[in-house]
Design a protein. Sequence first.
Length: 759
Amino acid sequence: MGDVLESEERRRRLSDDGDATEPKRPRTEDEWVEKENKKKEEPVSKAILGKAGGAYIPPAKLKLLQQQLASDKSSEEYQRINFQRLKKKINGCVNKVNISNIANVVTELLQENVVRGSGVLAQAIIQAQTFSPTFSNVYAALVAIINSKFPSIGQLILKRLVIQFKRGFRLNNKGLCLTVIKFIAHLTNQRVAHEILVLEILFLLMEQPTDDSIELTITLLKECGEFLTKASPKGTYSVFERLRNILEDADTISTRTQYMIERLMLVRKEQFKAYPAVIEELDLIEEEDQISHMIELITEEKKALDPETGLNYFKYDPEFEKNEEAYEEIRKKIIGDGDDSSDEEEDDEEEGQAQEEPAQQKIVDMTDSDIVAFRRSVYLCIQSSLDYQEAAHKLIKFHLKPGLDEEMCNMIVDCCAQQRTYEKFYGLLSERFCRLRLEFQRAFEKIARDTYKIIHRFEVKKIRIMAQLVSHLLATDAIEWSVLEDVKMNDTDTTSAGRVYIKVMFQELAEAMGHINLYKKLYDPTLVHYFEGLFPLDHPKNTRFAINFFTLSGLGGLTIRLREQYEKMQKKLKKKEEGSDDESSSSDSSTSDSSSDSDSDSDSSDSDSSSSSDSSSDSENDKKKKKKKDKEHDRSKSQKQVEVKKEIKEEPLDEDDIREMSKRRERQTRDRQTSDEGRRRDADENIRRRDNEDSRRRDEDRSRRQRDERRRRSSEEDVDERRREKNDEYKSKRTDERRRRDRSRSQEKHRTRRSRPSK
């Protein structure tokens, strides 16, 4: 059988080219043209006709195929390609719809022939709502807009949803029923579905109540309870009464269901404020344009609803061009009228605004409530993230308004500063944002500059945390090193807090980068002008201060070049001082010569007069000269000592000096600690002695109170005893008197009886 088929196939192929046994004849021009056309048509049909709509066609190849088939729009191949393009366009529009762009998406959808793709559109909307039920209100608003123009599409979607609910209810598929119920509820709020459908679903669920059916009922009532209380108050009241009766008979349901019913009653009491029927952004259809479909859950004729699944697939249309032209007219009518009306409304609004502009007053919110809410959301997002990548991903999703970039960076830094110790999480998060956009990098650089300016207001813990954060950003080159150009390392321009900040920062930089890499970075020719204030060369005093600061911080290796420059400056100063000393000595010698000449002249001229003076005057002059010489000697000696001290102070500290200073400080701290411990011990002993005295006094007071209480009780008992004895005495006296009286009475009776005569 196989041989026969092969021979027939071979014969068929040979018949196309001529008889194999006969010699080949040359082909005519018509035969060549026909064969070339067949070759061109063959790949087109193979690419289009295939499994379930054909294989994937790249855009360039698809465009080429459309150009080849554009000549005959009534062909099946062209219609199939057009249907695939329509399907892709509808799916793309449905997937990107949200509250902000729903109007643009509807306009883009109506550009395509949604009547031809009604099945595809219904399937795409239902599938998108199934995957994201939280956006059911958005998809319901989209269906409501399309339903106002094409009611058949809204009815088709509603029928398919009812069929899905029936299937889920029959199969006890709670998840499917929940998603469908949410969609039907929002379609009812948009007046696409009639409220009778929702009431039928509610009565069906309440017919035999279980935990799952009650949960579905509560979900449905939450989503469309506000609308139902206005549209059908009696039916809604009966459903709530049924739930109330179930809650009273709480043995048949679980505790969770009871809590859900109580929560629903509270929502109803609050008039469904937390679950509005239609939010303002999605209230897009006027009441006169809304079209409601009456689809019953259980029909009297018991006919099954037709989902019309054939609309999901391609079907050849013999009148393709005619139908496309008809839809084009409908589209122009819908979109054109909308554009004209919108233009007219915009013109009217502009005229109204022009008239009302003088009377309008701009209201400005000075409470910064938006910024407070934004900072709260950023804080919660950071605290709920497991790592910095998750936090960055969540924060990037925020739609930041202009000016909030810097606010987000400030919030990240504030969260970092509030921790007990520095956490690398915040450094990595800040680094990620700096590398993300230039605006974030500029914001963090501004924060670093402002932090150094107000560092004196921070606590010691915050100073260390901020220094570690900035050092991380500098070490990773996330921010520019120009943030350090405001640092002036001298005694007047720095504070104790600022020096601690710089010290911790450079220690962290040395640990992260290494001393060699940090040294290269600080003396890089392209960056060295940023560190002129950090390593000053304007005055030897400032240079010496910077050398001593970094040396005491354990970073003496960074000051090698600074020491060299300081030595050169010292040499220049010494040369200047030597030159000035030579000039002063030469001037002093000239003045002394002139004074001696004048003295000799005066002595010679006055020799005659001085010979007559007494010897006592000569001795007084000699004493005055000696005193002057002693004073000059002491003054020169003190000046030399001051210069020596200056030289000692001006010399930068060596490693040995630093060790001695550190040992001296350790000794002082140890002595201080021991003295503090002694004082603390004495204070503890005094406190302990005072506590013992207080406890002794309390014990004495307690014993005194107990003794007084015992005395009081004993006195009260004595009084009671005396009162009791008196009562007993009184009672005994009364009884004796009563007996005596009774005895006397009896004796008198006896006498009278004896005195009577006998009859």
